[in-house]
Write a protein that binds this ligand. Structure first.
Ligand SMILES: *Cc1c(COP(=O)(O)O)cnc(C)c1O
Length: 215
């Protein structure tokens, strides 16, 4: 699907939900996509991209940044402590803050460098053992812990279980965010971004619907 088709679907979903036009930001998830497809989207003027591996992002984005101004990069995948410094140098936002060790590492580097990307705390709304994220019942305490470290937490992120109705998970994430005074909601991917917008997503992460299937 073309960039403009995705943008039209986002606008239609915003309007159907009675939301302001442009209140949802499209993160084009470029992981494992060929450079020419990514560059085609850059040439159309899009500037917000998501990568789930720091290594891959570090290989790809410095080159694009030499050619295109204003690129905003979001790290959306699992983060290892030893990649934090590199992630902070590359990205304007990190969506996968999910444990105290990462929070401490981010706080230390933010102190040292005087800067920190916007942060989303990943919540494991489906309580799946294999999945990253803090449990819903532990999220309030973790938000407070991150705030105690002066981290710029702006929202929550989730990836619903594949076989479940995503709207329940989006609604849960929105509820936890609201009671913590967080405005950012990073939720919705290729198959369910319109549902996520209906439930208040501020950031949708769309990969395959925009670029085609990954290898
Ligand atoms: C890959 C990925 C996406 C995009 O998935 P699509 O189904 O291709 O849109 C979104 N969020 C995260 C965290 C991802 O890893």
């Amino acid at each position: 699907m073309s960039l403009s088709e995705i943008q039209t679907r986002i606008a239609t979903a915003e309007s159907a939900a009675g939301r302001n036009p442009g209140s949802t930001r499209l993160i084009a998830v470029s992981k494992m996509q060929p450079d020419d497809k990514v560059e085609a989207v850059l040439r159309q003027g899009h500037r917000i991209f998501g990568e789930n591996r720091v290594q891959e992002a570090a290989g790809k984005w410095p080159g694009f940044r030499e050619k295109y101004d204003g690129i905003e990069l979001h790290i959306i995948g699992p983060l290892q402590s030893n990649k934090l410094r590199q992630a902070m140098e590359l990205a304007q936002a990190i969506h996968s803050l999910d444990r105290p060790k990462l929070a401490a590492g981010l706080a230390r580097l933010a102190q040292e460098t005087g800067a920190c990307p916007d942060l989303f705390i990943q919540v494991n709304t489906g309580e799946e053992p294999q999945k990253a994220g803090v449990l819903p019942a532990e999220t309030d305490a973790f938000v407070a812990e991150c705030r105690g470290l002066d981290l710029p937490v702006i929202g929550l992120m989730c990836i619903p279980p594949v076989e479940e109705e995503p709207s329940l998970h989006f609604a849960l994430l929105a509820k936890i965010a609201a009671r913590n005074g967080l405005e950012g909601l990073s939720m919705g991917m290729s198959g369910d971004f319109e549902t996520a917008i209906r439930l208040g997503a501020t950031h949708v992460r769309v990969g395959s619907a925009l670029f085609g299937a990954r290898d």
